[in-house]
Ligand binder design. Structure first.
Ligand code: IMP
Ligand code: MG
Length: 201
């Protein structure tokens, strides 16, 4: 069952404010989720995971780089035993994640056999990258494997992955902030916003 803390929200009235954000303000067309809204969604997800994994040690497997901010907040909202590990992948070919065939740049440090694994993702778009990762990790014999994604893009989900935990179902737009980048920029924005087309057109 997909659990989303917010399925209908696509617009926030919150404006980008203060600090490093000011210089990028023009680049953001619309703020979708404010820092406060993200915090509420991540807190709720952490509570769900705490309940679901009560008495079990959970291994949070994070796909670099985009999910690093989400992981840091989510891990701190899970009460109980938590371990974290990281993977880095790169897509074959020029178009990132279009083929779903990925090369492992950095593998997990710990073995996953017999472990309760949650893959932590920033955003599920086509789902092809994740489908491939699930296949790789499943082959290593975990006790269980689930997916926690902060954003779930409302588009044709080619790989039909049903994440157990979803922060927000978001519109099919290119979004940045809270770890998500465009050309390695905007990861440090505390909110998630739609990137202005003028930045990449
Ligand atoms: P896919 O699900 O295989 O299509 O690829 C998902 C990955 O593409 C995510 O983990 C992100 O790294 C990246 N991605 C997809 N949509 C966006 C977006 O709107 N903003 C930033 N990165 C994105
Ligand atoms: Mg990613």
């Amino acid at each position: 069952m997909m659990q989303s803390s917010n399925t209908s929200k696509t617009k926030s009235t919150t404006r980008p404010v203060k600090g490093a954000e000011i210089e990028t303000q023009d680049d953001i067309k619309q703020v979708l989720y404010s820092a406060e809204e993200i915090c509420a969604a991540v807190t709720k997800m952490g509570e769900q995971i705490t309940r679901d994994y009560s008495g079990r040690k959970v291994l949070l497997v994070t796909v670099l780089k985009g999910a690093f901010v989400f992981l840091a907040d989510l891990a701190r909202q899970i009460k109980g035993d938590v371990e974290v590990d990281f993977m880095a992948v790169s897509s074959y070919g020029a178009e990132a994640s279009s083929s779903g065939v990925v090369r492992i740049i950095k593998d997990l440090q710990a073995p996953v056999d017999g472990r309760d694994v949650i893959i932590v993702e920033d955003i599920l778009d086509s789902g092809l990258t994740l489908k491939y990762l699930l296949k790789i990790i499943n082959a290593r014999g975990p006790k269980s494997i689930e997916v926690a994604t902060l954003l779930y893009k409302q588009c044709l989900q080619q790989a039909r992955i049903e994440p157990r935990y979803v922060g927000f179902i978001c519109p099919d737009e290119f979004v940045v902030g809270y770890g998500l980048d465009y050309a390695e920029k905007y990861r440090n924005l505390p909110y998630i916003g739609v990137l202005n087309e003028k930045v990449y057109k």
